[in-house]
Design a protein around this ligand. Structure first.
Ligand code: ADP
Ligand code: MG
Length: 254
C-alpha cells in the first residue's frame, strides 16, 4: 500500500491544551494540526518545556485536550469515558518512557506480561507466547528471569519496549526513550526502534536530540506549544544561540 493511502492512526485538528494552577492559566499547546499514518516513524522535537510530553500524552489518551478534535484510528475521542480510554490504551497504544518505568519487584517476563493481564480477549497461553516473542524481538529473551536492577539502563529500556509491544499495539509512543542512557545505549535503543519501524511498526517519538530525530521519516517541530516549519524553527534556534553569545560576551566584558 502507498504510504499516503495508509490509514491514519492519529489525527489532530486545532488541538489546544490549557493547564490551570489555581487562578493561573497556562496555555501549553495551541492550534496543533497533525496526522500520523500507519507505518510511519515520526519524531517530535523542540526545546525543553515546549509541550512535547503534553502532546504525546494527548496522543496516548492519557490526558484530554482543552480544544480541538482528536481522532484515534478514525474515531472521535471526545465522548470517551475514562474506562474506554483505558481500554483503547491497553489494546492499541504502547508507551515507552525516559525512566523505563519497569516494576522492580517483578521479573523481566512478568513486567512484559503485566499489560496483557488486562486483556480479556487474549487466552492465557497466548500471553506467555507473546511475552517470549516480544522479548525476542528486542534481543532480551535470555534475561526473562532477571529483575530490572540486574540489567543495564539500555537493557531495561529494551525490556520496556518489549512490554510496549507485547499487546501488538497500533502505535508505539516513546517520550525521550534515550534521555536516561549514555550514547552507546542510546544508539542501541534507537537502532532497535528503527528496526521495528522497518518491520512495519508505527512509532511516534519525542526527542530533543537531532541525531535521533533524523532517524525518523519526518520531524514535527514544536515551539512554545505550536507546530512550526523547519525554517522558522532554525531561525529561532539561531536567535536563541546568538542571544546566548551576546550574554556570554557581556559576561566576559562587563
Ligand atoms: N499537569 C500540568 N500542570 C500544569 N502545567 C503543566 C502540566 N504538565 C506540563 N505543564 C507545563 O506545560 C509546559 C510543557 O511541558 P511538557 O509538555 O512537559 O514539555 P516538554 O516535554 O517539551 O519539555 C511546561 O511549562 C510545563 O510546566
Ligand atoms: Mg518532556
Amino acid at each position: 500500500m502507498q504510504a499516503h493511502t495508509r490509514p491514519v492512526i492519529i489525527e489532530m485538528h486545532g488541538i489546544g491544551k490549557v493547564f490551570h494552577a489555581g487562578s493561573i492559566e497556562c496555555q501549553v499547546l495551541t492550534d496543533v494540526h497533525l496526522a500520523v499514518r500507519q507505518g510511519e516513524f515520526v519524531s517530535i522535537a523542540g526545546p525543553s518545556g515546549c509541550g512535547k510530553s503534553t502532546l504525546l500524552s494527548l496522543m496516548g489518551l492519557l490526558d484530554m485536550p482543552s480544544h480541538g478534535e482528536f481522532r484515534f484510528r478514525g474515531e472521535s475521542t471526545e465522548a470517551l469515558g475514562r474506562a474506554e480510554r483505558a481500554r483503547i490504551r491497553n489494546r492499541h497504544i504502547g508507551f515507552v518512557f525516559q525512566a523505563f518505568n519497569l516494576i522492580d519487584d517483578l521479573s523481566v517476563a512478568d513486567n512484559v506480561a503485566l499489560p496483557l493481564s488486562f486483556r480479556k480477549d487474549m487466552p492465557t497461553r497466548d500471553r506467555a507466547r507473546r511475552v517470549v516473542e516480544a522479548l525476542g524481538s528486542v534481543g532480551m529473551a535470555h534475561r526473562m528471569r532477571h529483575y530490572p536492577a540486574q540489567l543495564s539502563g539500555g537493557q531495561q529500556q529494551r525490556v520496556a519496549v518489549a512490554r510496549a509491544l507485547a499487546g501488538d499495539p497500533s502505535i508505539l509512543l516513546a517520550d525521550e526513550p534515550t534521555g536516561n542512557l549514555d550514547l552507546h545505549n542510546g544508539e542501541t535503543v534507537m537502532t532497535l526502534l528503527s528496526s521495528l519501524h522497518v518491520a512495519g511498526r508505527t512509532i511516534c517519538m519525542v526527542t530533543h536530540d537531532d541525531r535521533f530525530s533524523s532517524m525518523a521519516d519526518r520531524t514535527i517541530r514544536l515551539l512554545d506549544g505550536r507546530v512550526v516549519d523547519e525554517s522558522s524553527y532554525r531561525q529561532s534556534q539561531s536567535e536563541a544561540e546568538s542571544g546566548l553569545d551576546e550574554r556570554r560576551h557581556s559576561a566576559s566584558f562587563p
